[in-house]
Write a protein that binds this ligand. Structure first.
Ligand code: NAD
Length: 145
């Protein structure tokens, strides 16, 4: 059984993969390399270059591998840019997670750890508040029913 790390070529994702490999876990990575780096991909992991908003690649990964859990780090994180391009962030961080969850539900996979900690809310003055409570480190149970 393997663990799928979405965004495994990024900063947090690559360190997570390192720790998983060290713990002798089988790891599969999906990353579009938009902000990640090919050189950060652990050679022990199986790598798919693809986007989590692409349901076909996700379904292919779930079919080709025995995935028991998903760890999700595939997101944009630039706190300044989100104010200027909120829809770009909504599309990747929210819609992307929806596509991922839908694929997991199709595959009846229920374990997801998401580290999308950067819950940004623009106040009236367009300043940002960053909520990084542990509550945001969710283990979501995607119930196929
Ligand atoms: N950097 C931190 O200190 C930190 C701390 C806690 C949580 N986080 C959260 O962890 C997540 C990742 O942060 P990071 O610092 O590693 O960012 P990062 O940009 O280094 O990594 C994100 C990775 O996801 C990939 N990616 C982005 N959108 C994708 C998509 N649609 N499909 C496939 N791959 C995609 C990128 O190519 C990149 O490799 C973010 O949600 C962030 O809020 C970051």
């Amino acid at each position: 059984m393997a663990i799928l790390v979405c965004g495994g070529a990024g900063y947090i994702g690559s360190h997570t993969v390192y720790q998983l490999v060290k713990a002798r876990e089988e790891v599969v990575i999906v990353d579009n390399l938009q902000t990640g780096h090919r050189g950060a991909i652990n050679p022990t992991a199986k790598f798919y270059q693809g986007d989590i908003r692409d349901a076909k690649i996700l379904d292919k990964i779930f079919i080709e591998n025995k995935i028991e859990a998903v760890i999700h780090f595939a997101a944009f994180i630039e706190a300044g840019e989100i104010v200027e391009k909120p829809l770009k962030y909504f599309n990747n961080n929210v819609y992307g997670m929806q596509i991922l969850l839908e694929s997991m539900v199709r595959m009846a996979l229920i374990k997801l750890f998401s580290a999308l900690l950067l819950l940004l809310t623009a106040s009236r003055k367009n300043s940002l508040s960053r909520k990084t409570t542990e509550r945001n480190q969710l283990i979501l149970m995607a119930n196929p029913n």
